[in-house]
Design a protein around this ligand. Structure first.
Ligand code: ATP
Length: 238
């Protein structure tokens, strides 16, 4: 089967002062695939996403989106190029309603069709039910759905998700990952899913990339990584 390498990262190296948080990381993410980036606390996962989306400038390496070198592209141009980044922490505007939060998310795009909001609500019925509730009344899972929905309004081809499962009950994580799978299968976008929760991430991902101390330890199919007991014990914590 032919595959589309929508996102390619080559030899990416990022530092914070003397700390080399990423050290020559290479990976690719394909359309219609979920690529999980796994590893312990401090492995460099968050820095990887921040470097891909332009929030951190690498000291070496390249980020290529659909054939275009975007390594030095301004952060504010990323959305127009098709990249959406959902950072850790589920930041929403607490006093605004769910619907208003989605609208704020769509502001930078100019005119957004009603049907695009409906699409988000179709994907996340929980969020649709709560559209007129203030965001601070949402549960952690609902809030995660809201920030993913808000990112989808940017119509991304590549979606970067940082630790969406953090602090959520396993049942809610399974629900959100199931919806993510459905979205990727139906719309063909590429998801780069950063997770410390490797077991859940590998159960939904197609491919896994394991990071340790800023370097790629192994890249393989999710199925193969899941079956590798030594690797799981050494790097994945299960
Ligand atoms: P976590 O799950 O804790 O976010 P991570 O795998 O995402 O871990 P990073 O947050 O990317 O890892 O951190 C990689 C390394 O860079 C760590 O050694 C961390 O201490 C360091 N680091 C991260 N952010 C900064 C910063 N703003 N200033 C200095 N060092 C940092």
């Amino acid at each position: 089967a032919t595959t589309t390498r929508l996102l390619e990262v080559e030899g990416l190296t990022s530092t914070y002062g003397p700390v080399r948080a990423l050290d020559g990381v290479s990976l690719s993410a394909e359309a219609g695939r979920i690529t999980a980036v796994l590893g312990a606390n401090g492995a460099g996962k968050t820095t990887l996403l921040r470097t891909i989306s332009g929030l951190v400038r690498p000291v070496a390496g390249r980020v290529v989106l659909d054939g275009e070198d975007i390594t030095k592209a301004p952060v504010e141009s990323m959305v127009a190029k098709g990249m959406a980044h959902v950072p850790e922490g589920r930041g929403v505007i607490s006093e605004l309603t769910v619907d208003e939060n989605l609208r704020v998310g769509a502001l930078f795009r100019g005119k957004v069709d009603r049907s695009e909001f409906d699409r988000v609500y179709d994907l996340f019925p929980r969020i649709a039910e709560r559209r007129n509730n203030a965001a601070h009344t949402l549960s952690g899972g609902e809030r995660q759905m809201l920030v993913i929905g808000r990112a989808l309004l940017a119509k991304p081809r590549v979606l970067l998700l940082d630790e969406p499962s953090l602090g959520l009950a396993p049942r809610i994580v399974a629900q959100i990952f199931g919806l993510l799978r459905q979205l990727v299968d139906s719309e063909g976008l590429s998801v780069l899913l950063v997770e410390q929760n490797a077991r859940s991430a590998l159960s939904v991902a197609d491919v896994g990339v394991v990071l340790n101390l800023g370097r790629v330890v192994v890249t393989d199919s999710a199925r193969t990584l899941m079956a590798d007991e030594d690797l799981r014990h050494a790097y994945l914590g299960f």
